[in-house]
Design a binder for this molecule. Structure first.
Ligand SMILES: Cc1ncc(COP(=O)(O)O)c(C=O)c1O
Length: 493
């Protein structure tokens, strides 16, 4: 079956998308036959790289709904926005402070622009063992230790929906004379309903990048870069013309237009959606074993409750009476052994019930909701999770294993410094003490566990091996099986 046939089949086989894109393929939000609309820069349709008509108007409307002075339409996702935003404000050799959990595109920009990066670490949420966003005190530490940094780049919200205290962070960043760029790829729906955190541009960030396609009705790849200071306009235009296609899709831009039109409207959809979410969280309190993450909103952290994070550690699956086909797929997955529930297993069970989650980690599954979900879709997810919960039993001695993504990294080189160095391939199990020459990450979320130039320490390797054992695919490595890792010939010892 070719890709087109497979997509057509996927469109009709009844799988409910608890994942991106945010439009959820809901017919209520669809445009007419795309071929009849597809054009390039013909007369009267403006040019993204020099907008003065209908596209400029759309950028102004997008800026107005989010409360920024300027916006740039992005047709290559937040990835392009991050490349453009960071490149615009930096020069080769500059230092930037970034959250360690930054998306790959932040690291890629540093590589391309030869930037020095220094890390800000997020803390661990003690109730859930899931990383919070970066806190105010950590930003203060970073600024104090690296006065040479010119830009602070934070991910807020995180993939799991945790947000930083942007208003206070913006204050200290600006007081130190630096700029603040927020990767809000997952926060394009913020600011439109009090159930969600405030929008970072209104909280004082200098630049905000957000994917419309992740949490709003908009095509995959559509995103926005928002900013306020006219000073950056010329450089943003320059890097937009470098990183974005010279033939940006009018279908994608029309998708942005429809999304902005929705946000300019009465926003009633958000009232219904947030009511359904609140009911979901309320009812999930009755689960005995599964845990729907609701955090104490303290130390300035908030949670985007549109991200349903279902924790499933230390649970045994006892008596789930599954249809034959589903049972078979689970048996295949766990090799017929005793079943301790893991994120990857829960993901498989949900798939077997025709629910497509966004992501599985070892200890949890992430389901992404949006204003385009249906009440029936959310109710179905709740019903299936409740059924699974009723067939589970808690294991004794609950103690979480440390989440390695949070551990401080030992870095020997910046990525751009290792490009010309000699490399070799070693088994991952035997790579302790070597300096990584490639990324290692899980996708989703695409946040690197290992960045080229960092030391592969034993505890990090063990964490990666445990992911592999749990059926999670390690990516970024030349060896697609994740067994061998590319390292520098020299070691850190
Ligand atoms: C935190 C974060 N930033 C940036 C991106 C890149 O966004 P896009 O897929 O729109 O290019 C992602 C993608 O998953 C992400 O999770």
């Amino acid at each position: 079956m070719n890709l087109y046939e497979k997509l057509k089949k996927n469109a009709t086989d009844g799988l409910y998308p608890m994942c991106m894109p945010g439009h959820k393929r809901n017919p209520k939000w669809q445009m007419q036959n795309p071929y009849s609309l597809d054009i390039t820069e013909i007369e009267g349709f403006d040019n993204l790289h020099d907008p003065e008509g209908i596209l400029l108007d759309l950028e102004e409307r997008a800026a107005a709904v989010y409360g920024s002075r300027f916006s740039l339409l992005l047709v290559n996702g937040s990835t392009a926005g991050i490349l453009i935003g960071i490149s615009a404000v930096t020069m080769p050799g500059d230092t930037i402070l970034i959250s360690r959990n930054s998306h790959r595109s932040v690291y890629h920009t540093a590589f391309l622009r030869q930037l020095k990066i220094e890390y800000l670490y997020e803390s661990i949420n003690k109730d859930t063992n899931i990383p919070d966003a970066v806190g105010l005190e950590e930003v203060k530490r970073g600024l104090k230790e690296h006065p040479e940094a010119i830009l602070v780049v934070l991910t807020s919200p995180t993939y799991e929906g945790m947000t930083s205290e942007i208003s206070k962070i913006a204050e200290v960043v600006h007081k130190a004379g630096k700029l603040l760029l927020i990767d809000a790829a997952h926060g394009a729906h913020f600011g439109f309903h009090p159930y969600f955190p405030a929008h970072p541009i209104k909280e004082g960030a200098d630049f905000v990048i957000q994917s419309l396609h992740k949490t709003l009705p908009s095509f995959t790849q559509t995103a926005l870069l928002l900013w306020n200071d006219v000073l950056w306009k010329e450089r943003i235009d320059l890097f937009s013309s470098i990183y974005q296609s010279s033939s940006p899709s009018y279908l994608l831009m029309a998708g942005i237009d429809c999304c902005i039109q929705f946000l300019e409207g009465d926003l009633k959809g958000f009232n219904e959606y947030t009511k359904w979410l609140q009911t979901f969280y309320q009812k999930a309190k009755a689960w005995r074993c599964l845990k729907l993450v609701q955090v104490k909103e303290e130390n300035g952290f908030r949670k985007d409750y549109g991200k349903l994070v279902v924790l499933c550690t230390h649970i045994k699956l006892k008596s789930l009476k599954l249809p034959e086909k589903i049972r078979k797929s689970i048996q295949d997955f766990c090799g017929g052994q005793e079943i301790s529930l893991t994120g990857t297993l829960l993901y498989q069970i949900l798939l077997a019930y025709k629910i497509q989650p966004e992501m599985a980690m070892r200890d949890y599954v992430l389901c992404m909701t949006s204003v385009c979900d249906t009440k029936e879709g959310l109710e179905y997810l709740f019903q299936i999770l409740s059924k699974i919960d009723s067939c589970c039993e808690k294991e004794e001695n609950i103690s979480y294993t440390q989440n390695a993504v949070l551990c401080k990294r030992k870095r020997m080189y910046h990525q751009y410094e290792i490009e010309k160095r000699q490399v070799q391939i070693v088994p991952l199990e035997e790579s302790s003490g070597y300096i990584a020459a490639e990324f290692i990450y899980l996708y989703p979320p695409g946040i690197p566990y290992i960045v080229p130039g960092e030391v592969l320490e034993q505890y990090l390797i063990e964490e990666l091996l445990s992911y592999r054992k749990n059926g999670l695919q390690l990516r970024g490595m030349q060896d697609k099986q994740g067994k061998y890792v590319k390292v520098l010939k020299e070691t850190s010892l």
